[in-house]
Design a protein around this ligand. Structure first.
Ligand SMILES: Cc1cc2nc3c(=O)[nH]c(=O)nc-3n(C[C@H](O)[C@H](O)[C@H](O)COP(=O)(O)OP(=O)(O)OC[C@H]3O[C@@H](n4cnc5c(N)ncnc54)[C@H](O)[C@@H]3O)c2cc1C
Length: 390
């Protein structure tokens, strides 16, 4: 880590402050039009900001108490993919409302038989004149019930090897033939859905990139997903941090139980390691170096760290933690209780912990391939080939 944020009188800081003075209570649309929502995006959607400029903007918005619009899948994953491969018409139509969270997006990737092995997907899109007719089922579609658009991958050539023959679409969620069914999580919240497609007619102009070339775009989306899911808070960059938990412990008089003390120290050490890994990533970006192995390593560590923090919070509630959502943690136990239940999802979404470890083993440590995915062998096939021994 070898950088410092520029001082208070840096012209880029002054520019943000002047804008904030002129817009003391900015709307989501004003923030989107200013370029401050995703400053690293190219103009006119962003500001072409380098990493230091982004950190300055983050710092100034935080100081002013300004929150950016919330549209996780739109801004985090759909937008970067449209910037990468969308037509100018698609960028003009979708990017600004997406940045302003006026149109919410969802991700229509996973299927009952295609999760880790996503290229195994079987939802079909058949060209019929100036539309694609889509049939199939998606699952685990976060925000599908409130989204106006989804990024959809579907098979357009069933005869091609499975990583080819997939195409990438912008799918309006109000098209006839789309049925969204809720899945209620064990947290009690409804975020996920099943989405069924029956003869859904998606206009040809909603194809992103070339027909049958969607797998490479899906990889662009997934790359952004893994980075987005590895931010500061304990729950995929959101929610409380270990510092919040330690503050609660201190304000409650500290810990005497040696095992709990040890666990509190452990989560603090983990969070410091994660902070340093994040700073390394920022340093590499500032030097113009490509992201190193840190991103994959960080996702594995951050997901398990989130589970450790939430489990400790739950255990600190003692017996009350088992019986109720209680208020044994300074009146915030409801949130920690939700976090504890949700934290089980951290090592599944955005690539499971096992799959991340495979990536680290193969691409970082240079170990031999686990499963020959390029040759089209699924995990289940590999397991069968190994006599179910894995
Ligand atoms: C909170 C959350 C939000 C999500 N939101 C979305 C969304 O908006 N849109 C969307 O499309 N999907 C979404 N998903 C789905 C997510 O992408 C999948 O759950 C994930 O890819 C795993 O797929 P699967 O559930 O089918 O598990 P499987 O792939 O069936 O895995 C089952 C088990 O086998 C292991 N396994 C599989 N392959 C390997 C391998 N090669 N080596 C070692 N172990 C292996 C896994 O680690 C896991 O333990 C979400 C998931 C979560 C938890």
């Amino acid at each position: 880590m070898d950088f410092e944020l520029p001082p208070d009188d840096d012209p880029r800081r002054v520019a943000v402050r002047e804008w904030l003075a002129a817009h003391p209570d900015p709307t989501d649309r004003q923030l989107a039009e200013s370029g401050y929502v995703a400053p690293h995006w190219p103009k006119p959607y962003g500001l072409d900001a380098d990493p230091i400029h982004q950190l300055i903007i983050d710092d100034e918005l935080k100081r002013a108490g300004v929150r950016r619009p919330s549209n996780q899948i739109g801004i985090g994953w759909a937008g970067p993919t449209l910037l990468h491969a969308g037509t100018q018409a698609q960028k003009d139509r979708y990017l600004l409302p997406l940045l302003a969270a006026e149109e919410i997006w969802c991700q229509l990737f996973s299927e009952p038989d295609a999760g880790s092995d996503l290229a195994n997907l079987s939802t079909r899109a058949e060209r019929d004149g100036d539309v694609y007719v889509v049939n199939g089922q998606k699952i685990w579609t976060s925000f599908g019930h409130i989204a106006q658009f989804g990024i959809l991958i579907a098979r357009t050539n069933p005869d091609a090897p499975k990583h080819r023959g997939i195409s990438y679409f912008i799918c309006p969620m109000d098209l006839p033939g789309i049925e969204v069914r809720p899945i209620v999580e064990m947290t009690g919240a409804h975020t996920f859905n099943e989405v069924f497609f029956t003869d859904v007619r998606i206009p040809v102009e909603n194809l992103v990139g070339e027909e049958n070339e969607g797998w490479s775009l899906a990889k662009v989306t997934l790359g952004n997903e893994r980075v987005s899911l590895s931010g500061g808070g304990a729950l995929w960059g959101l929610g409380p941090t270990v510092a919040d938990l330690l503050e609660l412990i201190r304000s409650g008089g500290g810990l005497t139980d040696p095992v709990l003390r040890q666990r509190a120290a452990m989560v603090h050490v983990e969070s410091e390691i994660l902070r340093l890994i994040r700073l390394r990533t920022v340093t590499a970006a500032i030097k113009g170096e490509p992201p190193g192995p840190e991103a994959s390593v960080r996702k594995v560590l951050a997901d398990e760290h989130g589970q450790h923090v939430m489990a400790l919070a739950k255990d600190l509630c003692g017996a009350e933690g088992m019986l109720s959502e209680g208020d044994a943690l300074g009146g915030q136990a409801g949130f920690w209780h939700y976090g504890f239940l949700f934290s089980q999802a951290l090592t599944i979404g955005g690539g499971t912990g096992d799959v991340q470890r495979n990536i680290i083993a193969e691409r970082v440590l240079g170990l031999p391939h686990d499963v020959d995915v390029e040759a089209g062998m699924t995990w289940a096939e590999a397991r069968a080939a190994a006599g179910g021994a894995r």
